[in-house]
Design a protein around this ligand. Structure first.
Ligand code: 5GP
Length: 225
């Protein structure tokens, strides 16, 4: 890090972390968008969910999900270890609470790839910390084609995901932003722009900024009484 960059970092205004929630029907491109955002952005961690679903060949345990048994899932739920949970496509998914609370307190932003049910639960608990984005596919035909191209799920699972899309899409109105993912590059730029703007907005409301502006004005009065 250059001297100038290090100084800018030291002088960065402290703020609470953002819970950046991205939802979409399966196959709308959300996973590609969110994984790319994690790679490119500093200070943004992915919330790794637990799930009872079977691991896909391309997935790594502990990276994409923590794959756990139903019994383990129920124990986590009973122990209040999950910030939210839902049954999606016949499997259970949940967000471990502790990493989220740690990130928020440390001013780190957290990215959630969760469905509308989970989003509603996080809204209820921490609305002012949440920024939510719903990703829509450009068309039904394109959604089907994308699920088929992924070639990791059986025909029956693809059919089920398409039926579920019809249940999920009406929830777009509950989100802060909606992206229509016609072009991955464009959608990625839009998603990143949302995060950047929301980070700046939160700095506006931090106590740290008020103190800094007060000092700036006091210094100015000294320089130009
Ligand atoms: P998939 O099985 O395709 O990875 O995910 C299926 C759906 O479950 C996606 O819509 C995904 O966003 C959602 N999902 C993944 N993790 C969680 C979670 O922890 N909580 C909730 N509510 N939904 C999740």
């Amino acid at each position: 890090m250059s001297g100038l960059a290090a100084r800018a970092k030291d002088e960065a205004v402290a703020r609470r972390g953002i819970l950046f929630v991205v939802s979409s029907p399966s196959g709308a491109g959300k996973t590609t968008l969110t994984r790319t955002l994690i790679e490119k952005e500093n200070n943004l961690n992915l919330s790794v969910s637990v799930t009872t679903r079977a691991r896909r060949p391309s997935e790594i345990d502990g990276v994409h999900y923590r794959f756990i048994s139903m019994r383990h899932f129920e124990a986590m739920r009973a122990g209040d270890e999950l910030l939210e949970w839902a049954e999606v496509h016949g499997n259970c998914y949940g967000t471990p609470r502790e990493p989220v609370e740690q990130a928020l307190a440390a001013g780190r932003d957290m990215l959630f790839d969760i469905d509308w049910q989970g989003t509603q639960q996080i809204y209820q608990r921490m609305r002012s910390d949440v920024v939510s984005v719903f990703v829509l596919p450009p068309s039904a035909a394109e959604l089907k084609a994308r699920l088929e191209r992924r070639a990791e799920d059986s025909e029956e699972i693809i059919a089920r995901r398409l039926r579920n899309a019809a249940q999920e899409i009406p929830h777009w109105t509950e989100y802060d932003y909606v992206l229509i993912n016609c072009d991955l590059h464009e959608s990625f730029a839009q998603l990143r722009a949302i995060l950047t703007a929301e980070r700046l907005k939160r700095i506006m409301h931090s106590d740290d900024l008020e103190t800094r502006v007060a000092k700036l004005l006091a210094d100015l009065r000294q320089i130009a009484p």
